[in-house]
Design a protein around this ligand. Structure first.
Ligand code: AMP
Ligand code: ZN
Length: 464
């Protein structure tokens, strides 16, 4: 029996999907105005574990993750500078180019971390029509009102507004900083924007669309309601996101979605992940600790080492990234690879190709993932397997079966020559060699090829 901690209700609950073995799962995606960092990596690997676990347990998963490419404001609230416009100014690009560039960077990170891509990855800018339709429904149902500046959701009309964060709306801190000017015609402090009008400080907002309330752009929260409903229906099973989204973004999503459809609950299970810290500090630009996967690769780590590191903590616990912890993950992973290589050779020697999955260990492994996706316990079962008194081919088969959930790419590690992390110095030489070839300086290119072989044991071949 799969059990999941549900933020709605604040308890571990038995998972019972709405429709038999089919599961609809929505994950809040990234705002694509900057590079993805290893904190994002943790969040999306955790989603991937949930999805792979569900599939392993026999569910069919329809997984949707949005891409927030509409400019939205710097905090979760409605005030502040626009993230995409800020990113565009910094990079000297258009907002559309910025969104495209960072979406690609993000997807590259997903692929490298063995995160299975969602069934649908809708972009907010492709779904403005659906967002406008939803705001129209909210007007019709009496939840929306507009001022000269914006269209708002009136939280006082939605009595269950505080259910997700466990506070009454009157007690909720809305986090509006004192220097921020608030629309004087807003009815309640917690009311949030459904549609920004392109006037006042937003008169030059770059991304904008026509709407019944004038030229403007959608508030941030409405995109997730509109797109999840479009792809998964008015009610679905699982919604994930970082724990930072509980009090504002997800509370607003529930209010809008239920306000528009009249159906409760919008989502059955709300799953929230804890954050990744670096050296016990919050990740932030100012501390310069917003590592990207690429930074780790340049230091000689493989993406799978990071994935393994993530699995060593339960998703609801804050995880602390240190290079010592990453080294420990690398060692543990490399040990596993050595084990499977040995088992494979032994199995070949014994000419055994009819392995059996160990029933007892499989039961333990399932118990771990059914216990709210407990990956540290699942890894403990893996190490129990390495020590078990079993035939090599059975060990190999059982571990490869577990890897359908763990996603460590163990089968590839077995079948392919080991992928080698290319150190930064070698990458620079490869780049120099590419330039030399482009300049038809083949003598220099050959010298660089020799240097790469001698210093880094890298064989460079050129596609003609
Ligand atoms: P953002 O692009 O900032 O909207 O973030 C996308 C997702 O990543 C959200 O669900 C955040 O909660 C999550 N996230 C951002 N930073 C971290 C972090 N340091 N650790 C874990 N998750 C994070
Ligand atoms: Zn969202």
């Amino acid at each position: 029996m799969l059990k999941i901690y549900n933020t709605l209700g604040k308890q571990v609950q038995v998972f019972q999907p709405i429709d038999g073995k089919k599961v609809g799962m929505y994950a809040c995606g990234p705002t694509v105005y900057d590079y993805a960092h290893i904190g994002h990596g943790r969040k999306y690997v955790n989603d991937d574990i949930i999805k792979r676990s569900l599939k392993y347990l026999g569910y069919k998963v329809d997984h949707v993750m949005n891409i927030t490419d509409v400019g939205h404001l710097v905090s979760d609230g409605d005030e502040g500078e626009d993230k995409l416009e800020k990113g565009a100014t910094k990079a000297g690009k258009t907002v559309w180019e910025v969104a495209e560039y960072f979406t690609q960077d993000f997807v590259e990170m997903l692929n490298k971390l063995h995160i299975e891509l969602p069934t649908h990855m809708p972009k907010a800018t492709d779904h403005v029509k659906e967002q406008v339709e939803m705001v129209k429904d909210l007007f019709e149902n009496g939840y929306a009102y507009d001022t000269t500046e914006a269209v708002y959701f009136d939280v006082s009309k939605f009595p269950t507004y505080g259910d997700l964060f466990g506070q009454r709306v009157e007690d909720k801190e809305v986090g509006v900083r004192s220097e921020v000017r608030v629309d004087a015609n807003k009815r309640n402090p917690a009311d949030f924007v459904l549609w920004f009008k392109r006037i006042g400080k937003y008169k030059d907002h770059i991304m904008h669309w026509e709407s019944p309330w004038g030229d403007g752009f959608p508030g941030w929260h409405i995109e997730c309601s509109a797109m999840s409903i479009k792809y998964l229906g008015e009610q679905f099973d699982i919604h994930t996101g970082g724990e930072d989204h509980i009090s504002i973004h997800h509370s607003n999503e529930i209010a809008q979605s239920e306000g528009a459809t009249g159906k409760h609950p919008f989502v059955k299970y709300w799953v929230h992940h804890a954050f990744l810290k670096v050296n016990d500090q919050k990740m932030s630009k100012s501390l310069g600790n917003g590592y990207r996967l690429k930074d780790l690769e340049e230091s000689g780590y493989l993406p799978v080492h990071l994935r393994y590191f993530y699995l060593t903590a339960h998703y609801k616990k804050t995880q602390n990234f240190t290079f010592e912890a990453l080294d420990a993950a690398r060692n543990a992973y490399e040990k596993l690879v050595k084990f499977i290589q040995t088992w494979s050779t032994e199995a070949q020697d014994q000419k055994s190709n009819d392995f059996k999955i160990n029933k007892e260990l499989k039961e333990k492994f399932i118990a771990a993932i059914e216990d709210d996706f407990n990956t540290p316990n699942a890894l403990a079962v893996v190490f129990e397997l390495t020590k078990a008194d079993m035939q090599s081919d059975d060990k190999l088969g059982t571990l490869l079966d577990f890897d359908r959930v763990l996603g460590l790419g163990l089968e590839d590690a077995l079948n392919q020559p080991r992928e080698k992390a290319i150190p930064l110095e070698a990458q620079i030489l490869i780049e120099e060699r590419n330039i030399a070839r482009l300049n038809k300086d083949f003598k220099k290119a050959d010298l660089l090829r020799d240097q790469l072989k001698n210093d880094f044991d890298l064989d460079v071949t050129d596609k003609r």
